[in-house]
Design a protein around this ligand. Structure first.
Ligand code: FES
Length: 163
């Protein structure tokens, strides 16, 4: 089956993860955390399967997926790029950084690249305003960004993958 970004969601892998746990409601969060780790988000198909397996209404599963910060309803890339659009960064042209990233990766904020490598999000203040404009990629901070130095940063992540 296909998710919104065109990536395949492996149904067998999903079922295998779910069936590792006894069919008891108290394991719902643990199952969702495992699904999140595997797919980097909670596919709708997984929510349906968990709902059925644990006899929990789908609306409850959906509620959990939106409540817990560690869970995501949208596909995320292997590398999650969080661009700060807080006040300090905004004043220092974070919009230029965002549009440059969108151009480089061919996706918009909230989307994932077709190879599953990158997704872009915007956040409010990463607590490093002195370095504005700032972005974080999987916990790694990059400050004083310019439209020129972004391409090199993105390339370095592509190279990591090739190794
Ligand atoms: S506003 Fe961007 S780090 Fe604070």
């Amino acid at each position: 089956m296909q998710n919104g970004s065109g990536n395949m969601v492996n149904e067998n892998t999903m079922k295998e993860i779910i069936s590792r746990y006894p069919a008891e409601k108290r394991f719902s969060l643990a199952i969702m955390q495992d699904i999140q780790r595997k797919f980097n988000y909670i596919p709708r198909e997984a929510m349906e399967a968990i709902s059925e397996y644990l006899s929990i209404p789908l609306s409850k599963i959906y509620g959990m997926a939106t409540f817990y910060k560690a869970l995501s309803l949208n596909p995320k890339g292997k590398y999650v790029i969080k661009v700060c659009d807080g006040t300090a960064c905004h004043i220092r042209s974070s919009m230029v950084i965002i549009s440059e990233l969108e151009k480089l990766l061919g996706i918009k904020v909230g989307e994932i690249t077709p190879d599953g490598l990158f997704s872009i999000e915007t956040v409010n203040c990463l607590g490093a305003c002195a370095l504005a404009p700032v972005m974080v990629i999987n916990g790694e901070y990059y400050g004083k960004l310019t439209a020129q130095n972004i391409a090199g940063i993105i390339e370095s992540y592509k190279e990591v993958k090739v190794q």
